[in-house]
Design a protein around this ligand. Structure first.
Ligand code: 13P
Ligand code: ZN
Length: 270
């Protein structure tokens, strides 16, 4: 049995937490990540206890029954994950139709999965319905996107168009646009279900006055989505109060999409 701390998926998750903290997206315990694991890859490192700790999730998610997830713990600081992965992360298997999570590794100080577990699991189920290779749900509180939700119209079309216009390649990175939820109470099944509903149409969901969710096949993909959207929001905030002399036109957006071979959400273009 190989050491779990040497598993590439643990190393990559730890690095992602450290990197996100360095970007200033995860103050205190802000943010959470879940990574769906390949059963065979995990088995090389997993010496599962005979009677694992069983934690109720408070929701059902039959589509994910039996699946393994490496997930950040609630109340854990991303800056600390690198120093003690076994306490800050946990490897769980969803059972009982998603109503229970068995802790197979980690959460070594008695901790449990993120308070946003519902949003993560329901979003995984939604993304898997579209893309069987989807593996990652990533949530954080990036400064500029957060700020933008105070001053920009929250209409998804308007929000997406602004982000697309802030750098030439943005429409290539998220051609499906972004979903936007109005302020809702976090850590609830309700915000989880609303997030998952938006995830059926795209990989980015913005929570007004809170943060962002990104989905992807890899940690890099989900990170890159958020990095791109966050940079767009930063550019927007630098210019929003200035008179605009020009922007990227809809014709140009169509040209970029055609050049990169992606299909932008048609109703978001004029
Ligand atoms: P957790 O510490 O429970 O993961 O919560 C952090 C957070 O960002 C809530 O939205
Ligand atoms: Zn949050």
């Amino acid at each position: 049995m190989k050491n779990m701390l040497d598993a590439p998926f643990v190393t990559e998750l730890v690095r992602t937490c450290t990197n996100m903290y360095a970007h200033g997206w995860d103050e205190r315990n802000g943010g959470n990540i879940s990574l769906r694991l390949d059963e065979r890859e995990a088995a090389e490192y997993l010496d599962a206890p005979a009677a694992p700790r069983r934690e109720p999730t408070g929701f059902s998610c039959p589509a994910l029954d039996g699946m393994l997830f490496l997930v950040t713990g609630t109340g854990k600081y991303f800056k600390n994950v690198q120093y003690d992965p076994a306490a800050n992360l946990g490897l769980v298997r969803l059972t009982d139709g998603g109503a229970c999570a068995e802790v197979l590794w980690g959460f070594s100080d008695g901790g449990r999965f993120t308070s946003e577990f519902a949003a993560h699991m329901m979003s995984h189920a939604a993304r898997l319905g579209i893309d069987p290779e989807s593996r990652v749900i990533l949530h954080c509180h990036p400064n500029h996107l957060l700020a933008m939700t105070y001053v920009h119209d929250l209409d998804e079309r308007a929000f997406t168009r602004t982000l697309w216009q802030m750098e030439t390649e943005n429409i290539f990175v998220f051609p499906e646009g972004v979903g936007v939820l109005p302020w809702m109470l976090c850590g609830t099944n309700e915000i989880g279900a609303a997030t998952a509903e938006k995830m059926k149409r795209g990989r980015i969901v913005i929570w007004a006055q809170h943060g962002i969710y990104g989905a992807g096949r890899t940690l890099d993909e989900a990170f890159g989505l958020i990095e791109t959207a966050e940079k767009a929001a930063e550019v927007y905030l630098k210019i929003a109060h200035l008179p605009w002399k020009q922007t990227i036109t809809d014709d140009a957006l169509r040209q970029i999409a055609a050049h990169f071979g992606v299909t932008p959400r048609a109703e978001y273009l004029d």
